[in-house]
Write a protein that binds this ligand. Structure first.
Ligand code: 7PJ
Length: 276
């Protein structure tokens, strides 16, 4: 299995890829304002890369439940200067975390190689045209609803099979818009329109997604379902985040999206060595 993102190619099986989160949002619930400045965000990204992040995921729009939407210009002002700084280092694989096709297009022009689309449940095709035209990697994430509405009352009969059906339907739709299957990675969207029991079931069932035969990305780092299960406030969720990361890796997920790169790389490499 291959994942192709412009000039980059990941060939599986291989060690789990750790994707480091680079937040440029002043209202982000974890990094609140600390990386507003592009130099600081760029330096943070380089640190994550030195800690073993093989992909840096740069986002300028907070998608925490109920968060406000940001304008296109504001999002561009946050992410493009960071991407331009990092693009001087061609060995870095840059991902743009955006719901806006216009932001994806500019980010790819500035040197990004992957579009991380939390709104892959969209009905408009413009994002997929951008991905098809550029040959970018595409992360197709499952979400029920939108960030503004998703946590109101998430409902599923069987969350795992519904997410699996979504993946199959989107792979066909993407292909009909010229995005090749090799460009696509899939993500169950932990915390996006899911209650605690849905998040736990999706994580428990991760190995079932291997049937879809695409790389799986899992993002559980510091998410609030950890607090709902264990009572841990935001700055005390690293141990549970590491448990999710190692579990996901051992269940066959290929890409883990995290804030704490050094800790995750160590935990996942240990788990991989044990599981061999
Ligand atoms: C995810 C994401 C995720 C992908 C966020 C947070 C909220 N992109 N962007 N998967 N989560 N692909 O980091 O807590 O789970 S933003």
């Amino acid at each position: 299995m291959h994942w192709i993102a412009r000039e980059h190619q990941f060939n599986f099986p291989r060690p789990t890829i750790v994707m480091g989160i680079v937040n440029t949002t002043p209202d982000s619930f974890t990094d609140g304002g600390r990386f507003l400045n592009a130099d600081a965000a760029g330096a943070h990204a380089l640190r994550l890369a030195s800690e073993g992040a093989e992909i840096l995921d740069i986002g300028g729009e907070s998608t925490r439940p109920g968060s406000a939407e940001v304008s296109e210009q504001e999002e561009l002002d946050r992410v493009i200067p960071v991407i331009e700084r990092l693009a001087k280092r061609p060995e870095l694989v840059l991902s743009i975390d955006t719901q806006k096709p216009s932001v994806a297009r500019e980010a790819l022009a500035a040197g990004a190689s992957i579009v991380n689309d939390i709104a892959a449940n969209r009905s408009d095709a413009e994002m997929w045209q951008v991905v098809a035209e550029t040959g970018a990697g595409y992360v197709c994430m499952h979400m029920q609803g939108t960030p503004q509405t998703m946590q109101a009352n998430p409902e599923y009969e069987n969350v795992t099979s519904e997410v699996c059906d979504f993946f199959r339907e989107r792979l066909a739709l993407l292909s009909s818009h010229g995005v090749t299957t090799d460009q696509v990675a899939l993500d169950p969207g932990i915390g996006f329109g899911k209650g605690l029991e849905h998040n736990i079931k999706l994580l428990r069932d991760l190995n079932k997604f291997s049937l879809v035969e695409r790389p799986m990305l899992v993002g559980a780092s510091r998410k609030s379902f950890i607090e709902r299960l264990l009572g841990a406030p935001i700055d005390e969720r690293l141990p549970a985040s590491l448990a999710c990361a190692t579990w996901a890796a051992i269940q066959g997920s290929q890409i883990i999206r995290v804030h704490d790169v050094a800790e995750t790389v160590q935990a996942v490499r240990m788990a991989e060595a044990l599981a061999q």
